[in-house]
Every structure is written in C-alpha cells, then in structure tokens.
Write a protein of this length. Sequence first.
Length: 415
Amino acid sequence: MRHVHGRARRAGAALAAVLTWAGLLAGAAGCTSDGGGSGGGIGGIGGVFGKPPAAEEAIRITPDDGSKAVRPEKKLSVRVPDGRLESVKVVKSQDAQETPVPGRISDDGLRWEPDDDRLALAARYTVDAVALSGQGRRSARHTTFTTYVPDERFIAYVAPENRSVVGTGMIVSLEFSREISDRAAVERAVSVTAEPATEIRPHWFGRDRLDFRPKEYWKPGTEVTVDLRLRDVEGAPGIYGLQHKTFSFSVGRSQVSLVDAAERTMQVRRDGTLLTTVPITAGAPKTPTYNGKMVITEMLDVTRMNSRTVGFGGEYDIPDVPHAIRLTSSGTFLHGNYWAPEDTFGRANVSHGCVGLRDVKGGGSDTPAGWFFDRSLIGDVVEVVHSKDKKVAPDNGLGGWNMNWEKWKAGSAVK
C-alpha cells in the first residue's frame, strides 16, 4: 500500500507542474501591449516565450513613414498604446533650413502633439521618438515624410517700404498677387502693431487688397510693425502664401496741406503750425481735381506725363514734369509746372485734375514746387476742398481717410 501511495503522490506532483506551466503560459499570452500573445516585458515570460512588439506597434507615428505629398491639414502625432513616451524630436527641413518643431508630451505620457496643428508645405519632416512600455521595454523609432508642394503661390506687396520714415497719414497697404477667396484666413495671418499702442483695424478693398489704419492720423514718433505670416496659408483653393516676414517703419513729423481749389491756394501746416500759403492751379472746370484727403505715395524728381495713360485723348505729353508727387493711383499728382505763365498760379485753374505749383524747366529748389518737394514725405496728407469734382474714392491710392471709422471697421473679413 505504501508503494501504491508513493506512485500516486508522484503523479499528483507531475499534474500540478503541468497545470502550473499552463497557467504561466496563459498569463504570458495575456501580457502583450495589444492583447495578442506575442509580447512581454524584459525578464518576463514574454521575453522567453514570445516576440517583443515591433517598433511601429510600440510607437505609432502619423503620417506614416515614407509618406509623400502629405496635405497641410493632416495631423502630426506620436503615441504609444501603453507605458509612456520618454522623448520626441521632430525637425522640419524647408528652404534648405532645418528647424525644430515645438510640441509637448501629454500629462499621461501616451501622446505627443505639435504646437501648430498644420504642417508646412514643401517640407521634409524627421521624427525620432523613444518610449518605455508598461513592461519596462524601451523602444525607438525614426520616420520621415514629405509634404505637398503647391503649384501656385501668392505674395503681398507691402507699402510703405521697410525701415522708412513716413508722414502721419500713411496707410499700411497690402496688394496680393492673386485674388483671395478666404480673406479671413489671410487677414488672421497679418498683424499690424504700434508703439505706443494704437488701435489699428483692417479693411478689404475687393479680393486683392487689404489696408490697415488707426482711427485718426498716426502720432509723430510712432513705431509700426507689420508681421506677415502668410507662408502656407491657403488664400484660395490650391493657392498658398509664400511670405513669412516682418516689416517696420517710423512715423515722422506731421505735415498736412490744405488745397482750396476755389481760392487756388495751398496752406502747408507742420505739426499744426502754418508754415506758408502757396499759390496753386487746380483742375480746369471740365477736368476738376478730386475733393478729399489724399496721401503721398510716390515722389519723382522728374517724370513723363501723357494724357493717354490716364483716360484722356492727346491733350498733352510732357516728358519732363519736375517735382512730381503722386496722390492717387488713377493719376492725380501735385507737381511742378514750368509751362504755364507765372500769373496763372493763384488766379486760374488750368490743369487736367492735378495740383500745379510754379516751377522751372528741370526743377528748381527755390521755386514753390521745389520748396514743397524738399519738405514732403511719403505718407503726408494733401486735402483738397471746394473743387467741383466728387470726393476721391477710398481705394484710389491711399484714400482710406475718406471713409468713416465704423464703415472702415466693417470692412474686416474676420467677424
């Protein structure tokens, strides 16, 4: 009986051993990160009886490795199913420059996301991530992808010029090389700020021009900064911005000149003080000068003026007009006039819509035209009153001061 009992005990022990190993194997099969039976932690049963998870399963990166022409709205993310991310480094290569992509790992350590949720265009991204699984296994991944290269781009031509000194009536004006259909997106990508702080508002003229101004003329000494963050902004379907630049300019002294077309005079005021009153000739009765506030946008020592270029017939073609100061894009100038008799100025309006000051052929520094030219800046204001023509349109040159503040603010695309 003792012999039989001993054999029974040995059989029971063997059965227990089989059950124990079966239980361990079952436990090992349940220890993978994805619920399958192929993984395990370092030193665990899975390290002996199963394969560790592949790197692409342990660290999941979107977009996929090797992806091409990835659209900007595709989300870049790095995540792990368990454990935690230890480090993530993302580098963007664009325009032959490499820059790190800022982002953060979530508090639970399971995901990393960039600060900017849109990808750059025409760029190559490199992602390097290291993670520690819940079983203590460390994994690393290195992936790359490239983004969509657009066929069409747009840029903005900015006035005034960078680092210029301008008059107090200057309006920041952006003219786009393509028509903009998503005006709100483009407007959000442009910032105009001033020091000292000033409320500045945008106004759209059509689909290709965006202007910015304060409620009143700038205060002398104001420093203005224009930030263009248009790079990769989709301004119209399939058409993306190209610029990522900052411009700045300074506001100089105040000079506002008042042209009275009926009295044929121009009063020039500097910082509110009357400097002088100059006799002028304005537009003739059949071709009067616009009324309203106009801003100097261009100053030319000499230029050619041909009536056919501004919608007239062959009335004039003067190759050497001196001291030409542009007031509107349609062709209104304040300029020197050497061909009219001297007694015309202050007595008769004979021009084709411009404001003329007495000058000599070649331009003289001691003439009224030369004196005014030498004391003017881009951005100075010339206001015409008592003319028999209509008020200049707000989009004719920098005529935005002829629009009241509430209507100006209503021209923003961001509601």
